[in-house]
Design a protein around this ligand. Structure first.
Ligand code: ZN
Ligand code: ZN
Length: 366
């Protein structure tokens, strides 16, 4: 049943792509972005090139991936190629007398472009096709939401388990390793990014890596973690304190949690992405903390850990039902450390649903 479902899911994505291609007057699209190929066909190998036209789809793979592609890929003919995948696709375009083909702007290098011109003997006109598949990926379908929901639940579960190991003298790197080990044991494909455990002053670095530093009493500790399940990522951050935080740190933590909650509550389909960012900033400003919030409020999550849309001042668009985004305000104070709270949320018509349901209340570890 699942397979039938996913089969139709991939065909539906290809149909949406063809409709989009038609509206942009693109008859043939050359796909070189592997994430986009995976999104459209299900093929998860590390090398492949595809062509999609109004009535055809072809995926070229090298012999390492022939069996895998035949098992995984839906809605495309799989062709094995030993002499270079781009060359094979170009040869196909030439012999099928394709006059014009669009390519993925973010992927094709100058060297690729030269090769395409050479192999097609300049008989095919190549033009930039924008980011068509990325545009489709902004709104997740049922299968994708299911995968992110499972990845989010697993991520939250691992964090709640790991809390028992959080105490003075434990090393950041050991906690990060334990988190990643437990994700694997629970069935994750892997981690969506290198797990962050940043304690004390190191917490003031938003993208600190876990080091051999030991946790100490009286420190804030930031955990930023995310599992991948069925190819889809989750992204979650929690901050804890070792010992008695005292009034100033309590106020700091509460301000960030409130800012995060306010932004999550503002999310619904139709809302401008930039508005959500503004609300997080305004909430922090009420506590005089907005100048310590030095990144955007969130980003899309899916097959990649950073996708569209961003929740940022510069983002023009509106959120749509089925978008999955993070909401992650944080404050970073040099010399003291940082507080960040992040959830991955699903945008719905009436509001947001949190997909990383770990507690934010149990943050004081004494
Ligand atoms: Zn994160
Ligand atoms: Zn994030």
């Amino acid at each position: 049943m699942r397979n039938v479902d996913s089969f139709h899911g991939f065909l539906a994505r290809q149909e949406r792509l063809r409709a989009l291609m038609e509206s942009r007057r693109i008859s043939t699209l050359l796909l070189t972005n592997l994430t986009n190929i995976r999104y459209l066909t299900g093929f998860s190998g590390s090398a492949g090139v595809a062509v999609v036209s109004a009535c055809q789809g072809i995926l070229w793979v090298d012999p390492r991936y022939t069996l895998q592609a035949r098992e995984e890929a839906h809605g495309v003919e799989v062709l094995e190629e030993k002499g270079g995948l781009l060359k094979a696709a170009a040869g196909w375009l030439r012999t099928n007398r394709v006059r014009e083909a669009a390519f993925e702007v973010a992927q094709v290098t100058c060297a690729d472009f030269d090769q395409l011109a050479r192999e097609t003997r300049s008989r095919v006109k190549f033009r930039p096709g924008g980011e068509l598949v990325e545009a489709l990926r902004v709104v997740k379908d049922r299968e994708e939401i299911g995968a992110i929901r499972r990845a989010g639940a697993l991520t939250a579960e691992v964090f709640e388990e790991i809390l028992r190991h959080v105490r003075p003298s434990v090393r950041e790197a050991d906690l990060a390793a334990e988190i990643e080990y437990r994700m694997r044991k629970k069935g994750a494909d892997g981690v969506a990014f290198e797990t962050i455990v940043a304690s004390g002053r190191r917490g003031a670095l938003p993208h600190a890596r876990a080091t051999s530093k030991s946790l100490q009493q009286g420190e804030l500790v930031i955990f930023d973690l995310g599992a991948i399940l069925s190819g889809y990522a989750a992204d979650m951050t929690r901050t804890v304190f070792l010992g008695d935080p005292g009034r100033p740190v309590r106020r700091l933590y509460k301000a960030v949690v409130q800012a995060q909650r306010g932004a999550v509550q503002a999310i619904r389909a139709g809302r401008k992405a930039a508005d959500v960012d503004a609300i997080a900033r305004r909430n922090l400003a009420e506590h005089g903390l907005d100048r310590y919030f030095i990144h955007s409020t969130g980003h899309g999550v899916g097959l990649e850990i950073h996708e569209k849309p961003r929740l940022a001042r510069s983002e023009k668009g509106r959120l749509r039902a089925g978008c999955v985004v993070t909401v992650e305000p944080g404050v970073y104070l040099e010399g003291l450390g940082g507080v960040r709270v992040e959830d991955t949320v699903l945008v719905g018509p009436e509001g947001a649903e949190i997909l990383t349901p770990a507690s934010k209340e149990r943050w004081v570890i004494s």
